[in-house]
Design a protein around this ligand. Structure first.
Ligand code: ADP
Ligand code: MG
Length: 567
């Protein structure tokens, strides 16, 4: 009697998809090809939503955005060698940002690669991935599928989250095992992101230091957003009245309009604070390493899940090692015994500075000038955002990034995604797609013409999947701005120059989306409102003045200046 030889079997693609689903994976972002095309189709057939994208960098960024928004690793898929290499930069970015993400990369036959016989797209990918990730693993045996997935889940999610690479060579792709064995040995990662309770002593010390402070300040970083600790952080601010400075991606954890925010008096707050509680924020370049611009006698309390972060750049008076939810819960409880309250004097000092700065700011966002500058355009978009406070805002660029961060208030946690710790460009359209797929909500992308150019082809993906994304490109015709001159005489454009007369919005017409072109603040407001309200893929180009914007945006001081002519 002859029976089918395969009916009792499973294979690696099916088993891997099953393990991912068991571990809660709902989406996969990627670009298919040898040897993972069938894996993507099988995963889709089994219920994973597969978002086929145009570039691996964007796919990994989309998965990283999902990781940031949910706290669970997003999953991306690439083909071998070149596709894999395209995914490395965003893997490193996710690791720097602390976003959980898993990239699965198809790769070529192990033994041929290892003897360097000249295999098709032959590359020892696991080894290449190592320095770009928290960990890089290879799945060589179908029996190891549950282990590989559980291991990836734990490492990507726990401690400071980050990127994990999982190599999936074609000889493993082709393996089979019996369904009975596969079912019997499948398991789900147990508590991949365990809580870590700080010691009571560290909490007590933190509260004592805050209680004795004259000008205590809280800095909320994106770690608090990743930890989903908004309730605990809000409770702490309510009980203590402490002023807080939100870092870029922590905006909205407490609404930017809250009276305790020091966003519009940042300089004064940092200069005068004598005790600072860092909640998931690193004293890296973004906070001037806790040195320049800070009170020279400032004392720091730092809550972090990664003990290696403490004293990375200066003395930390009270390190609080633990997860932010646990730490904030314990701090809130400890307030009964050790009350902390900001003084009227401190709050009034900050408020007076805010009032002064807000008046100056209001004039800048309403200059009435056409062609517009960044403030005019973003001031108009702010009016739209204020009416749609559940919009996910994705922001990249130089001036477009820096000024948008200041102008557009965010009201809900994890509703602002931007270029993060490294300040990269070309992450925005991937983040927008990840945010739209993950949340099902409307997304507003705001990028400069240069930033958008890195990953603009994903407009097609947004249209193909009919995602509710409005792309807004602020065009000033170049990197920083469009009016830099060529210092030579070959007649070419300057290295900073892009096409000022471009119509980026026309791109979306090629894919059936709706386009708009705005040249005045009134048009910006009306068109962005219409685009956002449509809930459809849409694109607004905002034409700025060619001279709008400063070199390097707000971080010009990081740009070494030439010592010898001709600049
Ligand atoms: P920002 O750029 O907003 O200042 P950073 O990315 O520099 O924020 O810092 C975030 C910090 O938060 C990192 O050092 C990271 O280890 C930490 N972190 C991330 N998740 C948690 C968590 N659940 N609990 C405690 N710390 C966390
Ligand atoms: Mg530009």
């Amino acid at each position: 009697e002859v029976t089918s030889t395969t009916e009792n079997l499973t294979d690696s693609p099916h088993y891997l998809a099953e393990a991912l689903i068991k571990n809660g994976v709902k989406h996969m972002y990627g670009v298919v090809g040898i040897p993972v095309t069938d894996f993507a189709r099988i995963a889709q057939g089994m219920g994973i939503r597969f978002i086929a994208m145009r570039h691996e960098e964007d796919a990994v960024n989309a998965a990283a955005a999902e990781g940031f928004l949910t706290g669970r690793p997003g999953v991306a898929l690439t083909v071998s060698a070149p596709g894999f290499l395209n995914g490395l930069a965003p893997l490193k970015e996710a690791t720097e940002n602390g976003f959980p993400v898993i990239m699965i990369g198809g790769s070529s036959t192990r033994n041929v690669v290892d003897l360097q016989e000249g295999e098709y797209e032959g590359l020892d990918q696991r080894a290449y991935a190592e320095p770009f990730t928290k960990a890089a693993y290879r799945l060589d045996k179908i029996e190891d599928v549950p282990l590989a997935v559980a291991r990836a889940m734990h490492v990507a999610s726990s401690g400071r989250p980050g990127a994990v690479y999982l190599d999936f060579p074609d000889d493993a792709v082709a393996q089979t095992m019996t369904k009975a064995d596969a079912d019997a040995t499948l398991w789900t990662a147990t508590d991949p992101n365990p809580s870590v309770q700080p010691t009571q002593a560290s909490i007590d010390e933190a509260l004592q230091l805050l209680a004795g402070a004259k000008n205590p300040l809280v800095v909320i970083g994106k770690g608090a957003a990743i930890a989903q600790a908004e309730d605990e952080v809000q409770e702490f601010i309510q009980k203590t009245d402490l002023p807080f400075q939100p870092m870029s991606m922590a905006k909205g954890l407490i609404p930017d309009t809250d009276s305790h925010s020091t966003s519009s008096c940042r300089g004064l707050a940092l200069r005068t604070a004598d005790v600072v509680l860092l909640i998931g924020a690193r004293l890296n370049w973004m906070l001037n390493f806790g040195e320049k611009g800070w009170n020279p006698n400032v004392k720091f309390i730092q809550i972090d899940i990664n003990p290696e972060e403490f004293e990375n750049s200066r003395k930390i008076d009270v390190p609080v090692f633990g997860d932010i939810k646990s730490a904030m819960t314990m701090l809130n409880e400890g307030l009964a015994k050790t009350p902390v309250k900001a003084s009227e004097e401190w709050l009034n000092l900050l408020q007076a500075d805010k009032d002064k700065n807000n008046t100056k700011f209001a004039a800048r966002v309403n200059s009435g000038k056409v062609p517009m500058g960044h403030f005019d355009a973003l001031g108009a978009i702010k009016k739209v955002y204020d009416k749609h406070q559940d919009l996910y805002l994705v922001n990249e660029g130089a001036n477009t990034l820096d000024i948008c961060r200041d102008v557009i208030d965010v009201y809900q946690p994890r509703h602002r995604l931007d270029c993060g710790t490294w300040g990269v460009m070309g992450c925005g359209t991937g983040y927008a797609i990840g945010a739209a797929v993950t949340t099902g909500k409307n997304v507003l992308y705001i990028g400069g013409d240069s930033a958008f150019g890195f990953d603009g082809m994903e407009v097609e993906t947004a249209c193909r999947f009919n995602l509710p994304i409005t792309f807004v490109v602020l065009n000033n015709g170049g990197i920083y701005r469009g009016d830099f001159e060529n210092l030579g005489n070959d007649g070419d454009p300057s290295p900073l120059t892009l096409m000022y007369d471009a119509h980026y919005e026309k791109m979306i017409e090629a894919f059936g989306g709706k386009s708009y072109y705005a040249t005045t603040p009134e048009e910006v407001e009306q068109m962005v409102e219409e685009a956002v309200a449509s809930g459809k893929p849409s694109f607004v180009q905002v034409q700025l003045a060619i001279y709008a914007g400063g070199e390097s945006g707000h971080i010009g001081d990081l740009n070494p200046k030439p010592v010898v002519g001709p600049l």
